[in-house]
Design a protein around this ligand. Structure first.
Ligand SMILES: *[C@@H]1O[C@H](CO)[C@@H](O)[C@H](O)[C@H]1NC(C)=O
Length: 392
């Protein structure tokens, strides 16, 4: 109890010290967003302080906070919600109650949470009534490729004839989607499924909502513009994504300086070269600086693996991708990852629809529930759901 009271007291003090941080003019519901940002930054600071004094790790504290938001599967008059497993991967199923003569469409959804947090996030059920949500193993207890392997295993299981039949799903109308780190996994799994000879039924669509798609260049215009971004700062994005690969603190330290990649990764930089892949509007007057290669002492081949960083896939791999929806937010460190993926897919002829939200912030879909629900979250949900509904 003493610990909780101390935490609450600390939280209030830090919250109040952050609450007057200015936010961009075009963001609506200014006060709610300021409060949300202050709350996120206060939690971050507390988590980092507790980590520094050795009480608990940063991600353990944040997990504790996020788990307060956990919901049990809750059915209603339209949909039956149950938790089950595909092979041994936990999955939450949303099955419509209404009988249907025709086979149904299905969406396989990967939740976000920086690879470290989240399981079944409550907002998902409100997206539409046809989602199946996967829960994959989390960092830092499990590093890459555990998350990718869980995703592939569950998706391949679902795409089998007998399983599709069991759920009454039309094999030609299955989509995959995800937000943030869930978008990373959705993109990586889609690339693999489309070329996997064992998979007979391919995916019809992928929808990626403010996904992270690369980490080899950490000095993109969006990293610079949103260094102290709302809710997600560049520092925290780097901390979380590095835990996906390793617990070695040398990685995030090097990533902050953009000096984390080995010499033999030089050929990959054309896939993330924002001087050619970003439209003018996002480049603004930023100057390109080459990442410094070959300074790191660790060896992490995963940093060059497209299954972890889908933007590193070559054109031959990208060509097989299905019709794609990508949503990006202006005030988001990950903004340029999504936009560069749009350019790369367009360059190889994949049909891609890009929704850019000028007043969007990272994680907007997570802010659709009380107490701080944002119109922005509802608006983004509607954009995504209406595209899916038309195209799936
Ligand atoms: C990125 O592109 C620019 C030209 O637009 C070029 O000068 C630079 O060398 C490229 N960087 C890498 C690492 O390929």
């Amino acid at each position: 109890m003493g610990f909780k009271t101390l935490c609450l007291g600390l939280f209030c003090v830090i919250f109040l010290s952050y609450i007057y941080t200015p936010i961009p003019d075009n963001i609506e519901e200014t006060w709610k967003v300021m409060a949300l940002d202050a709350a996120a930054k206060a939690c971050t600071l507390m988590a980092l302080s507790l980590e520094n004094v050795g009480v608990m790790r940063y991600e353990e504290f944040i997990s504790m906070i996020i788990s307060l938001d956990y919901t049990q599967p809750l059915s209603d008059e339209h949909v039956t919600v149950t938790d089950t497993a595909f092979v041994n991967i936990p999955v939450r199923l949303y099955l419509p109650k209404r009988k249907s003569e025709a086979p149904r469409r299905a969406v396989i959804y990967f939740h976000g949470g920086g690879f470290c947090f989240g399981s079944f996030i409550p907002y998902i059920g409100t997206y539409s009534k046809k989602e199946n949500v996967l829960s994959y193993r989390l960092a830092p207890q499990h590093h890459f490729p555990a998350q990718f392997e869980d995703g592939i295993t569950a998706v391949k299981y679902f795409l089998q004839d007998k399983i599709l039949r069991k759920y009454g799903v039309d094999p030609t109308r299955v989509a995959i989607s995800g937000d943030s780190s869930g978008g990373t996994l959705a993109a990586a799994v889609t690339q693999q499924v489309q070329i996997d000879p064992e998979v007979k039924h391919k995916l019809k669509l992928q929808a990626l909502l403010y996904p992270g798609l690369q980490v080899i260049d950490t000095s993109l215009p969006s990293h610079r513009d949103n260094e102290h971004g709302i809710v997600l700062t560049r520092d925290i994005a780097i901390k979380l994504v590095s835990l996906f690969f390793t617990k070695d603190e040398a990685l995030p330290r090097a990533m902050r300086k953009n000096q984390h990649m080995p010499l033999e990764s030089r050929h990959l930089f054309r896939f993330v070269n924002w001087t050619t892949l970003l439209p003018d509007k996002y480049r603004k007057d930023h100057e390109y600086t080459e990442p410094v290669l070959g300074k790191s002492a660790y060896s992490l081949p995963a940093l060059m693996d497209p299954r972890a960083l889908p933007l590193l896939a070559d054109d031959a791999r990208l060509q097989h991708l299905p019709r794609t929806y990508i949503l990006t937010c202006q005030y988001d460190v990950l903004r340029d990852d999504g936009i560069m993926y749009v350019s790369r897919l367009q360059n190889v002829g994949v049909p891609v629809f890009h929704d850019h939200v000028e007043d969007g912030i990272h994680g907007a879909l997570s802010y659709m529930t009380s107490p701080l629900y944002l119109q922005l979250g509802l608006r983004i949900k509607d954009m995504y759901v209406s595209w899916m509904d038309k195209n799936l």
